[in-house]
Structures are given as C-alpha cells and as structure tokens.
Design a protein around this ligand. Structure first.
Ligand SMILES: [Zn+2]
Ligand SMILES: [Zn+2]
Length: 356
C-alpha cells in the first residue's frame, strides 16, 4: 500500500483547520501558473504536475479544456512508465497538443510532432462521439500512418458506428478505417469494439482496458487502464451525476474501483467538471459541477471504507472545464472550499507530462 500523504492522515478536525490554508495554496499555485504563462517551459506547478512516489504511468496532456477553443480539447496520451508507446484517451486536440508537448520537452529531446503522431500514438480510445472528443483525430488522420503494428480506434459499439456512419462516411470525411464502412477504405485505423466490463488488450501499448458506461446524452464511457503488473488509471469521458444518488453508472464504477484504491493500485482518476456551481439540473447537459463531483467522490470514498471516508491521497485530475469567463478560477475556488476527502486535486495543462 502506498504511503499515506499528510493530507490523508489528518483527523477530520485537522482537515477542517487546514482547509483555508489549502485554498490559499491552490490560489498561490494558480497565480504562479498565470505569471509563468502557459507558453513558457517554466517548471510545472505542483497542482498541474504532481510529484508522486514510484510512478507507474506517463501521461502527456494534449488537450485539457471542454469547450469553445478548438486547440485545447480533451486528449491524454497514456503509457506504462518508461514506455514510448501511448494510447490517446479522447482526441479533441491531437496535433496542436503534440506541438505544445514538443515545445515543452514533454516527449523527450529531439522529438517532432509529426513523428510522434505516426510512431508514438499506437491507437485511440474515444469515450463518445461528440466532436470535442474527436475532432483532433479527424484532422490528424490524413497525416497519420498505421505503422507496422497497425493503429486502433477503440470505443463502444455506438461510438464506432457513429464514426463509421457520420464521420468516416466518404462525405463528411474520407473513410480512414480498415474493415468497416464504405469503400475506398484508407486502412489507417482498425476498429476495436469494447464491451462493458470486459478486459481488452490494447495492441502495442502494454496496456489493457475495461470500459464502463457513464451518464451523458447519447452515452459516454469511462476507461479503466491496467498495466501488466496490475496498476490502474481511470479516465472518465463526459458524465453527469447518477440521477438516483448511489444507484447508477457511477455507483457501479465506484464499486469496481474502490478495492483498487484500498490496495493503492489506482494511480489517478481523470474526471470532468464542466461548469461552476450553481447550475440547475436542467442546464447540466450530462456534466458535473464542483458540488456534484464532491458528492460522487464522497460516495466513492465511502465505498473504499465507510468508517474513514478518505481517498488516501489519490490523484484526481479535473478535466473538461468549459472556459466561460472566470469559470476556471471559480471551479478551483469552489473545489478548494469543499470538505477535504483526502484526494489530491490537479488541473492538467496542455503539453505537460505527468508521472502518476
Ligand atoms: Zn459530450
Ligand atoms: Zn465534451
């Protein structure tokens, strides 16, 4: 089991006393981040790139936001630590993210974005077919190559059918699939259909994935990535809260991962917070706010141990913030003001490399 952090070892009273200080720290980090400017390869702040003992995954953030901007949308490269071969989780911004990662040195010395696209991304897992999770893949496809291993696009039956019928259909875009959809098939990507709850290996990555359904219009998926040694990382595509608290897609996912948190095998959760509070249910559109995320994480912590509601220092990466004016600052402040659950909140930034 991973050593407990100072945060998770506080008593409830101690945590409450710490809270204003933690909120102050979060704000100081935010100010430092703004002062450094996202375009400068300055040292990465701790609430963007946490320092984790004995990391098991390398993550390179290709896109972190959830809207309006087209060049910084959800896309995360993940590989077992030390590997150079990534799966890309969602594909909102691929090439612009690779260029930013190259500029920050996150893909190693001498790497180029075009070469990284072709040789280091072994495939994609797409949580759902909304354009903000796909458009980077579409735009990069003409410059991509299957390579000797072939490349996969993995997703639910619904997601793959939507890509085949509505995007790679020869009208909106060429058919870059092998095997399915209309001729001519350009054969860059093989479809990899994922069945809920089943473990599927991801060719060329050293990783396997289990997929779980989420609460979002048209459906969405979570990806539970596993290494050969049993370490895990959970990425959720867009999701709203369970309509019946404690009984729904998220409750089942929490029941699945709670034992992994107890054993210290789950290294991080990437989960969305699209809007600040307050936001009425009818304007949620299948997304989370700080308060609703906190309610779900409280249920997760209770599933880990109902006597001591803590997430044991687990990294929780906040994704898909829709950058309305001031939304990022409000979401950070609101999350910092909620009762501490022993999680380590981080805010991924485009181009940064995380060792988790
Ligand atoms: Zn969506
Ligand atoms: Zn989205």
């Amino acid at each position: 089991m991973r050593p407990r952090t100072h945060l998770s070892s506080q008593t409830a009273r101690g945590r409450r006393a710490l809270r204003p200080r933690l909120a102050g720290l979060a704000l100081a980090a935010l100010t430092a981040c703004q002062a450094a400017g996202v375009r400068s390869p300055a040292p990465c702040p701790a609430d963007v790139c946490p320092s984790i003992a004995d990391p098991r995954f390398d993550v390179v953030v290709l896109g972190a936001q959830g809207g309006i901007v087209s060049d910084d949308l959800s896309a995360y490269l993940v590989a077992p630590v030390g590997s150079h071969h990534f799966v890309c989780l969602d594909a909102g911004s691929v090439f612009t993210g690779l260029e930013r990662a190259v500029a920050l040195g996150s893909l190693g010395p001498g790497e180029r974005a075009d070469r990284a696209l072709r040789e280091r991304i072994r495939g994609y897992l797409i949580s759902h077919p909304h354009l903000d999770h796909l458009v980077g893949l579409l735009l990069a496809a003409p410059d991509d190559r299957p390579g000797k291993f072939g490349k996969f696009i993995g997703g639910s039956e619904t997601t793959l059918a939507a890509i085949r019928d509505h995007l790679f259909n020869g009208t909106v875009w060429a058919n870059f699939f092998a095997d399915i959809g209309p001729a001519p098939r350009l054969g860059v990507y093989r479809p990899l259909q994922l069945e809920p709850g089943q473990l599927t290996s991801l060719p060329g990555t050293g990783l396997s994935v289990e997929t779980w359904p989420l609460n979002h219009p048209g459906g969405s998926s979570a990806f539970l990535l596993r290494t050969a040694t049993g370490d895990a990382l959970l990425y959720l595509g867009d999701t709203g809260p369970d309509p019946d608290p404690g009984d729904g897609h998220l409750a089942r996912l929490w029941a699945r991962i709670a034992p992994m948190i107890g054993e210290g095998r789950l290294r991080a959760i990437f989960i969305e917070v699209s809007y600040p509070d307050p936001r009425p249910d009818e304007r949620l559109f299948g997304h989370l706010t700080p308060g609703r995320l906190h309610a779900e994480l409280t249920r997760l912590a209770s599933a880990v141990d109902p006597r001591e509601v803590t997430l044991h220092g687990l990294v929780v990466a906040i994704t898909h913030i829709k950058p309305a004016p001031d939304a990022t600052r409000q979401i950070r402040q609101q999350l910092a003001a909620l009762p501490d659950l022993g999680a380590r909140l981080i805010f991924p930034a485009q181009g940064r490399r995380l060792a988790l």
